[in-house]
Design a protein around this ligand. Structure first.
Ligand code: GLA
Length: 399
């Protein structure tokens, strides 16, 4: 209850005025969701296929131009309020969440856009570091807002690229395009099949027909996730170097499982890149099978592909963790569960499970305590409603 009223438009405007004071300049409000990826994990930076949807939780941004060449950032989630000048915004700000908006400002500056000061208040209800793209949601809402306030007329796809580059170049995480794309292009009631090489996407209605999608947060603290992630990117690049001459592929996402089987001997002293390539080629094949299964209403098949995806992320790509594996195991022990897997970057964070809506309460009541008994951690459960992508909410003055 309190979380909802704390995030109500009136309350947020009040918080904005308390933090930054009242001026005649407009305050604009924008929203970008988080996302959950249903299948197609660790394929995006190889130019492969993914199948995410937007969620109802996200980041609301209240923003005002100030023209004073000062940049003030505050959040309803953390106490910190930072005020930076024109020089300071081009440097990272410790290990802080402010690096996400700063990375976006940096991308606008690199494109020759003149920035002259903003007050920004962020209010998010996507759990941080849980694999639901709280960071992409901050980046995309910032890029979308700047585009509108500065009349830069970048397309939504360009804003996605700006946001991804903010993460790659400023934050230093070599992520692919999935999160920012999903957060920008999400459509209520749909998941999107995205080809991360061509960036062509197709919205697929999520006709769950009595089923539901439950995201479960391990609440495990993620550590070393950025460097482990970047290592996976390098290992996939190595696999591509080894395979490209013999197969003619120009990006790893093109690799078919049968091509890999034929050329395994190329990996004589590179066992790890071979494992990574096997995951990527199989995972792409799983996405190619999962989407028609969903469209045909074959949710059993969809669930099995989710299970295989997790096992591959655990054994071949090695991005799972004990709490994630425990949660997946406990979920699959529930007779009604069709499939369960880790979602997002792994190393902690969330699982996504598919089950009959009528079994949701039993699922939560059974898996929650069993998870605590197995790990000492407390899980959080969210039922996902696929929501819309980034959007403008309102514009008003505080006087
Ligand atoms: C993170 C990255 C994405 C993607 C996923 C794994 O969320 O930001 O680009 O690689 O991990 O699928």
């Amino acid at each position: 209850m309190s979380a909802i009223s704390e995030q109500s438009p009136e309350r947020l405007l009040e918080r904005f005025n308390q933090k930054f004071g009242r001026t005649p300049e407009h305050i604009s409000t924008f929203f970008a969701p988080g996302r959950v990826n249903l299948i197609g994990e660790y394929t995006d930076f190889t130019g492969g296929l993914v199948f995410p949807c937007g969620i109802n939780q996200g980041t609301t941004l209240l923003i005002r131009r100030t023209h004073d060449h000062q940049y003030r950032f505050a959040s309803t989630n953390f106490d910190l309020m930072a005020q930076l000048n024109q020089q300071e915004i081009s440097q990272t700000y410790g290990d802080n969440w402010i690096n996400y908006p700063l990375g976006v400002l940096d991308q606008f500056a690199r494109r020759g856009v003149t920035l002259d000061g903003f007050d920004c208040l962020y209010a998010g209800n996507v759990p941080n570091g849980a694999g639901l793209s709280s960071s992409a949601s901050i980046e995309v809402v910032t890029a979308f807002a700047l585009n509108q306030l500065l009349h830069t007329e970048l397309s939504l796809l360009e804003l996605v690229r700006v946001s991804q580059s903010a993460e790659n170049d400023f934050v230093g995480m070599q992520c692919g395009i999935m999160d920012q794309f999903a957060v920008a292009f999400a459509q209520v009631g749909h998941a999107m099949m995205l080809d991360c090489h061509t960036v062509e996407h197709r919205q697929v209605p999520l006709n769950l027909d009595g089923l539901c999608i439950i995201v479960t947060n391990t609440n495990q603290r993620r550590e070393l996730n950025e460097s482990a992630y970047n290592n996976r990117v390098r290992e996939c690049q190595r696999a591509l170097e080894l395979l490209a001459p013999a197969t003619g592929i120009s990006y790893l996402g093109q690799l078919l499982p049968e091509q890999l089987a034929e050329h395994e001997s190329l990996f004589a002293s590179d066992a790890i890149p071979l494992q990574r390539a096997r995951h990527v080629s199989n995972e792409n094949a799983r996405v190619r099978a999962a989407v028609p299964a969903l469209e045909a209403g074959d949710m059993q098949a969809f669930g099995e592909l989710m299970n295989d995806s997790h096992d591959s992320l655990r054994d071949l790509f090695e991005v799972s963790s004990d709490p994630l594996n425990q949660l997946v195991r406990l979920a699959r022990e529930q007779p009604t569960v069709l499939g369960s897997r880790l979602t997002g970057a792994g190393f902690g964070g969330c699982t996504v499970s598919l089950l009959p809506a009528s079994g949701a309460d039993t699922f939560i009541r059974s898996v929650g305590p069993a998870y605590t008994a197995a790990t000492g951690l407390t899980a959080d459960f969210y039922t996902i409603q696929p929501g819309d992508g980034v959007r403008s909410i309102s514009q008003e003055t505080s006087l």
